[in-house]
Design a protein around this ligand. Structure first.
Ligand code: SF4
Length: 223
């Protein structure tokens, strides 16, 4: 049994380049936590290796990469906030800027660590509007915050409308990245140019900073 806080379940630790969103191309250390609280059809990081590691083991593994002075450390998953006790122990020992990648649902867990990050990449997951609202409310004025929505073929326009209205009411200047889906697992088809255009047009009605950015690490064969 893993003791909360002292150990964590890790899926992967590696050094690569950010492939999504406004920080594409920056070198990062990735600490990929194991496990997620939801199941997205397009998930490209399903549960694989559940490796219990101590905080010291994680620090030792990443220390050669820290010397390369990357842009930041991506705390990702899965859903890293599921292991918030471990994060509270690990984060004070990390010496680079921290970039949280999260599905934007576990707002009570975020509350415990909300000021510990420099960047917040928060997904909007349809069906979790209340959780998303509470989540973004906690960090709505943080400079490093952006929201990401994965555009799939024939997506319901109501999803974009609901998400955009929530963001707009909290802070209409929060950047929104529309990410056309990369076909994977349960998703066989790409979003069409028409899907992408109607997503952009709808979101831009409510928000000032909307961009379309696909996943690039897969194009380059990077992790
Ligand atoms: S929230 Fe992220 S990690 Fe979890 S199932 Fe969805 S895509 Fe995968």
């Amino acid at each position: 049994m893993v003791s909360p806080g002292k150990f964590m379940y890790i899926q992967d630790l590696f050094y690569s380049y950010q492939g999504e969103g406004p920080f594409i191309g920056y070198p990062q250390i990735f600490i990929r936590f194991f496990g997620c609280n939801i199941h997205c059809a397009y998930c490209d990081e399903p549960d694989r290796n559940k490796t219990p590691m101590s905080v010291d083991e994680v620090i030792d593994t990443i220390s050669p990469w820290v010397k390369k002075k990357p842009h930041s450390i991506s705390i990702t998953g899965g859903e890293p906030l599921l292991q918030v006790d471990a994060l509270k122990t690990l984060i004070p020992k990390l010496t680079l800027p921290l970039y949280l990648e999260t599905n934007g649902i576990l707002h009570k867990h975020l509350e415990e660590v909300k000021d510990m990050f420099d960047y917040y990449a928060v997904d909007y997951k349809p069906g979790y509007d209340k959780e998303f609202t509470d989540f973004v409310s906690l960090i709505k004025d943080k400079k490093g915050l952006f929201i990401k929505y994965v555009v799939i073929k024939d997506f319901p326009i109501l999803d974009i409308q609901k998400m955009s209205k929530i963001i707009s009411a909290l802070n209409p200047n929060i950047p929104l990245i529309l990410q056309p889906v990369t076909p994977f697992a349960g998703i066989k088809e790409k979003a069409s140019p028409k899907d992408i255009e109607r997503a952009f047009t709808c979101a831009k009605t409510y928000l000032s900073d909307v961009r379309i950015i696909p996943q690039t690490h897969k194009l380059m064969g990077l992790k």
